[in-house]
Ligand binder design. Structure first.
Ligand code: CA
Ligand code: CA
Length: 251
């Protein structure tokens, strides 16, 4: 009898430990709206780090075989330092703001380029990435407002993944595509030539990026095959400091 009680207690402890080991879901970003060019606090519900769900087998031999064996999801995260490209025009490599990774961060020190037509048409930077596994990836960059502390200034840059099989932004059931992609609906605010305006609202380094003014949609790209793909960024707001990019495979 004592032994049975002991086993029950042990099982309870194991179950409790297992439940605690399951990681929390990302919390969605609350809304906060604003003025100016109409963006929104995103509060980065988007941290792309895939929670790994390490299920350890509990040792009690009492029972059940693994609830049926699905292929375990293997996380894939692709990171690229933003400064690993030949900079053109007024893009600068800087190291003044601490906490960057790699050799520094890039920042557009030319004029603001919003609402001038031809989105993404000026001073493009092009990166080749190696996608090891087909699927849909969330795109984030690690960036911050690089001048002043107004949350909606110096906070956005153009992004396009021209050869991805799909390039879209999503918030819950709402999916948007950039103008020029041939797909609709399009996000609120400026977009075009297949470029999204990616914004964030922090004055510290954060992995977060979204589009659609006042309605933060996270950014995704689907690659039907593994292989080489292209990321193009282009300046929109001056002094948006970008440290690195991250693409995280979605389950
Ligand atoms: Ca802005
Ligand atoms: Ca960097």
């Amino acid at each position: 009898m004592k032994k049975l009680n002991f086993l029950l207690l042990l099982s309870a402890i194991l179950i409790f430990t297992f439940m605690n080991s399951c990681t929390e879901e990302d919390t969605p970003e609350p809304d906060k709206t604003e003025q100016d060019d109409g963006e929104q606090q995103d509060d980065d519900g988007t941290n792309g780090d895939d929670n790994k769900d390490d299920r350890t087998e509990d040792n009690d031999e009492t029972d059940d075989d693994d609830d049926d064996a699905q292929e375990p999801f293997e996380p894939v995260i692709i990171t690229i330092e933003a400064e690993t490209v030949d900079l053109v025009e007024d893009w600068k490599l800087r190291t003044d703001i601490e906490g960057f990774t790699g050799d520094g961060y890039i920042i557009w020190e030319g004029p603001d380029l919003f609402w001038k037509g031809n989105p993404g048409g000026v001073a493009q930077l092009s990166y080749e990435i190696d996608v090891p596994k087909a699927g849909t990836y969330q795109f984030n960059w690690r960036s911050q407002i690089g001048k002043g502390d107004k949350w909606d200034e110096h906070n956005d840059t153009w992004l396009k993944l021209p050869d991805a099989d799909d390039f879209f932004a999503q918030r819950d059931a709402s999916i948007v595509y950039p103008e020029g992609s041939g797909k609709t609906p399009n996000p609120k605010g400026e977009n075009g030539n297949g470029f999204f305006k990616l914004y964030m609202n922090k004055t510290t380094w954060e992995f977060t990026a979204g589009t659609s003014d006042g309605n933060f949609h996270s950014i995704y790209a689907t690659f039907d095959e593994p292989g080489k793909y292209t990321i193009i960024i282009a300046p929109r707001s001056s002094y948006h400091a970008i440290d690195s990019f991250k693409l995280t495979l979605q389950k």
